[in-house]
Design a protein around this ligand. Structure first.
Ligand SMILES: Nc1ncnc2c1ncn2[C@@H]1O[C@H](COP(=O)(O)OP(=O)(O)OP(=O)(O)O)[C@@H](O)[C@H]1O
Length: 571
């Protein structure tokens, strides 16, 4: 049966002047009027599809189409309602028909930026897996999924159309704030939704009020179920498009550079959750008004945490603060987690992350692991082994166990690149003369990556002070391991940039002192000689004269007397 509420039939959009010509059903015309009345919608909110909109250009899905696949001819785009990081959101109708039914559903269509053609099938199969997972569990707190399609080369995820998002609700409130009881109620429902997704191994990575959808009973469901997660390993068609693993205001430090500062984990979502709650309470997301670069500097470089509003019930404040504290959390049982991968994120437009940082709790032989107990201390750890490689897995009843080999670094240790490393993974500074510098470990990131400072380098202006190191590529250096005196001195130079000038000054001083000392001795001997000579002269009345410095090597004599001061004057 045709649902009269939804427009059926052909309709066209005109690019450029932002008008919509609707040839059928009043509901669509009414929507078009509403759109026209919306001054904030710019002309690019409409897209012209050449030819008959019923015959939209399609890209073949897999030969055997997945169950989640929707024939693009069954989808009719109406108008765009959002423009997000990963693409646009359109309102569309989904036509479903069978022998004894013919239904039209309004859907929200997440139209993702075009990805490379040879990655489309990979995305579709990843989605299928998620779809089966979600359908079999019928998760209450997660948005209902219609399926997936490919329209004009763009992946389109069809979701149930909800009344509005929490972001939309906030936009209509004075100051954009929600009352505390509503925030708490929504917060509980959201936390349940996130937990349900985590239980099936899905990370959301895009928690924010715009993605929290409200149904007709004002219950909230998650409108994103890990699209960034699905996009991992997929390449954008447009190589200039930057890929970010979330929305900057809500991103945890490890989300910015997962290959370096990862692993991404369930804790990453707790950061996004707390940021969203702060936005619901204050009307503004954390870091509001700051540029992406400023946010990166605050969260990643300066390791700042979003400000939790004052005046909240202490329990709520504790939960929010806990969400920002929980990365690198220490398991009270001292258990192990966190992979240290030797594969790091490339700089390509391809979202080429390895998956290690998403599944850190499923250990396999060969995985590099480290204790979640903080390594950022030189204090002895209660666990003897802090970092290593899994060499075997043993099942012990319900609990997984594993054996590992040790390989540890500690904050404060000096490290240098191993001799066989010619092109290190991360930029590494050189010393004068071209040799690699040695640096001091300032921090060990959760994935084992090292932040290294080079106190031996004098830094000009905004030069880098902190460098990253792949733990696989460096080794510890200490006085004991330095073979010779020169190497030992070079290590001392690496301790502080001031060592070298000090050493030079000290050298000059020593030379001068030595010179003075020698000079004094020389002077004394010369004087003595003169005296003796005089005495001899006087005694012997012989007119022999002796050279003042005849016995001194000319260089020493030059040094001692080059300013013209005589040795005896300097006394
Ligand atoms: N299933 C849905 N039902 C109703 N409205 C939706 C639905 N999904 C999204 N929207 C609306 O579309 C708007 C934009 O969504 P979209 O997810 O593209 O933007 P975003 O959340 O800002 O970006 P992104 O999720 O790509 O980072 C949301 O604010 C919401 O109002």
């Amino acid at each position: 049966m045709v649902n009269p509420q939804f427009g059926v039939g052909t309709w066209n959009t005109l690019h450029g002047n932002a008008t919509v010509t609707v040839t059928t059903l009043p509901r669509v015309r009414e929507m078009a009027e509403q759109i026209k009345a919306f001054p904030q919608l710019a002309p690019f909110d409409y897209e012209l599809y050449e030819g008959d909109p019923d015959q939209l250009k399609t890209v073949d899905a897999t030969p055997s189409q997945p169950n989640s696949y929707i024939d693009p001819a069954a989808l009719k785009l109406k108008y765009r309602i959002g423009h997000g990081l990963f693409g646009d959101v359109w309102v569309a109708t989904h036509h479903q028909s069978g022998r004894d039914y013919d239904e039209y559903h309004e859907v929200a269509l997440k139209m993702i930026h075009p990805i490379k053609e040879d990655h489309v099938n990979e995305f579709l199969s990843k989605f299928e897996e998620l779809w089966i997972n979600l359908k079999s569990r019928q998760l209450q707190c997660v948005c209902w999924l219609h399926g997936i399609s490919v329209i004009s080369g763009k992946i389109c995820i069809a979701l149930k159309s909800y009344k509005r998002s929490i972001g939309d609700r906030m936009a209509h409130l004075k100051g954009g704030k929600l009352p505390l009881p509503d925030v708490l109620r929504y917060g509980i429902e959201l936390a349940k939704g996130v937990q349900q997704l985590h239980q099936i191994g899905v990370l959301v990575l895009n928690l924010k009020p715009n993605n929290f959808l409200l149904d007709e009973n004002d219950h909230v469901v998650l409108g994103d179920f890990g699209i960034p997660h699905l996009l991992l390993g997929i390449c954008w068609h447009d190589s200039n498009l930057a890929f970010r693993l979330g929305s900057p205001n809500y991103m945890a430090p490890e989300q910015w550079e997962p290959g370096v500062r990862g692993p991404i984990s369930y804790e990453t979502d707790s950061w996004g959750f707390a940021c969203s709650v702060i936005e619901m309470l204050t009307g503004n997301p954390p870091w509001f008004g700051r540029s992406v670069e400023e946010m990166h500097n605050a969260v990643v470089i300066r390791k700042e945490k979003p400000q939790v509003p004052t005046g909240l019930p202490p329990e709520v404040e504790d939960v929010l603060k806990g969400c920002f504290e929980s990365r690198n959390a220490v398991y009270s049982d001292g258990s192990w987690s966190g992979l240290v991968s030797s594969s790091f994120v490339g700089k390509s437009h391809c979202i080429g992350y390895s998956t290690w940082f998403l599944s850190k709790d499923h250990l396999q032989v060969g995985d590099a692991v480290r204790s979640r107990k903080s390594l950022n201390t030189h204090k002895p750890l209660s666990l003897a082994v802090t970092e290593g490689v899994v060499v075997g897995l043993e099942k012990d009843g319900e609990k997984d166990g594993f054996a590992m080999k040790s390989r540890a670094f500690l904050v404060g240790q000096f490290v240098r690149l191993k001799a066989n490393i010619t092109t290190p993974h991360f930029e590494w500074p050189h010393k004068r003369g071209g040799a690699w510098a040695s640096g001091k470990i300032a921090q060990i990131l959760p994935n084992g990556c090292l932040e290294v400072k080079f106190p031996g380098r004098f830094v000009f202006g905004d030069e880098l002070t902190c460098f990253l190191a792949n733990p696989e590529e460096v080794e510890c250096v200490s006085f004991d391991t330095c073979p010779g005196l020169v190497e030992k001195y070079e290590l001392v130079e690496d301790f502080h940039w001031g060592v070298r000038p000090l050493a030079i000054a000290f050298g000059i001083l020593t030379a001068m002192k030595f010179g003075t000392f020698v000079g004094r001795n020389v002077s004394a001997r010369v004087n003595k000689r003169k005296m003796t000579q005089k005495q001899n002269d006087a005694c012997n009345q012989e007119g022999q004269s002796s050279g003042n410095s005849g016995w001194l090597p000319p260089t020493v004599a030059n040094i001692l007397f080059k300013d013209g001061t005589s040795v005896s004057n300097s006394r």
